[in-house]
Design a protein around this ligand. Structure first.
Ligand code: ZN
Ligand code: ZN
Length: 342
């Protein structure tokens, strides 16, 4: 039997109330949705996936906020919805708010097209991913996972029109500050409400946020991500960070240090592995062990982000350049340049 998730309450320096609602967005995958109550303003930060379970958990979370904390709140009456980034577990339920309520829905300009033109995004992303997979050394049978993902996503979400576009440094709703932090996702934002920073998937308390190469999606990749970590480190006056999954982060600086150190170690591991020429499937297997299904794609993307970062800096070179010049899209082998250190 699983333990029932419970709402947690936080407050900013001046007493703005924040409720953390745990929502199971996909089986065994839990997101934190935040309800921010500030004078006359009610704001949701992320909305969950929109699966029946996700919607049920959100509805139950609101009921708990009413019953345990005595707030007069209702999902249908939320005034502002801010989407942290365009991953389906965070935005999938957004159509409910755009079509059936009066809420203003905000998203960063680099992620708006994913929601406004989801069909285009899915077709393009799956093509770019296929090129990446072919180069990685994945066998054709294994690439079928991709086709399945594509089919699943296509039916899961239909485009919506969003018109509240966010940019870095914007102040919205009641002076909440938008920090654009590309890396995990092109339009990833953190939202600052007084001394509380909502970090979404940019900084998590236990897991190191997933990385994928900029070659698949521009504004992703380690170059952007590590820069965005430093950017968030410099935000002043943060006493609590609230992430999109897992628990609150009391010491954001220490958590940023740990994540940055993790990536440095992983970059070193890749240089070590590539002392002998290796393609991405091998590198991924040596880093993460054997994986199957969707987790294999995630592992390949993660390995690919590290290889890309080292390659951009000339620390890795292509070992089979002749083959690459002759054939249209062969498997690429990477090799550590002599004397390279990250
Ligand atoms: Zn995400
Ligand atoms: Zn997430």
């Amino acid at each position: 039997m699983t333990v029932e998730p419970r709402v947690r309450r936080y407050a900013t320096r001046s007493g703005i109330r924040i409720y953390q609602l745990p929502v199971e967005t996909f089986p065994l995958h839990v997101n934190n949705i935040y309800l921010i109550l500030d004078g006359d303003h009610s704001t949701l930060f992320d909305v969950g996936s929109g699966t029946p379970q996700s919607v049920e958990d959100l509805t139950r979370g609101f009921a708990e906020v009413r019953e345990r904390f005595g707030e007069r709140v209702d999902v249908a009456a939320v005034q502002h919805v801010v989407i942290s980034h365009s991953h389906i577990d965070h935005f999938g339920f957004v159509a409910y708010f755009t079509r059936e309520t009066d809420a203003d829905v905000f998203i960063h300009e680099l992620d708006a097209r994913v929601l406004n033109n989801f069909e285009e995004r899915i077709v393009l992303a799956s093509k770019d991913l296929r090129v990446f997979m072919e180069r990685s050394g994945l066998k054709p049978e294994a690439r079928q996972e991709l086709e399945e993902m594509y089919r699943f996503s296509k039916h899961f979400f239909k485009s919506v029109e969003l018109d509240r576009i966010l940019r870095d440094g914007d102040r919205i709703i009641n002076g909440y500050v938008v920090h654009h932090v590309p890396g995990h996702c092109p339009g990833q934002i953190c939202l600052q409400v007084e001394d509380v920073l909502f970090t979404a998937d940019h900084v998590l308390s236990r897991i190191t946020p997933h990385q994928s190469p900029a070659s698949i999606t521009p504004f992703c990749g380690l170059e952007h991500y590590l820069g965005s970590l430093e950017k968030i480190r410099r935000v002043e006056g943060v006493s609590l960070a609230l992430p999109g999954h897992e628990e609150a982060i009391p010491d954001l600086g220490a958590r940023i240090d740990a994540i940055a150190a993790h990536h440095t170690r992983r970059l070193n591991q890749v240089l070590e592995i590539c002392r002998e020429p290796a393609h991405l499937v091998e590198i991924s297997k040596r880093l993460f062990g054997p994986k199957s299904g969707y987790t294999r794609i995630l592992a390949l993307e993660e390995a690919g982000a590290h290889v890309e970062y080292l390659f951009q800096r000339g620390e890795l070179r292509i070992a089979n350049l002749d083959e690459l010049s002759r054939e249209s899209n062969p498997v690429i082998f990477y090799e550590t340049r002599r004397g390279a250190t990250p």
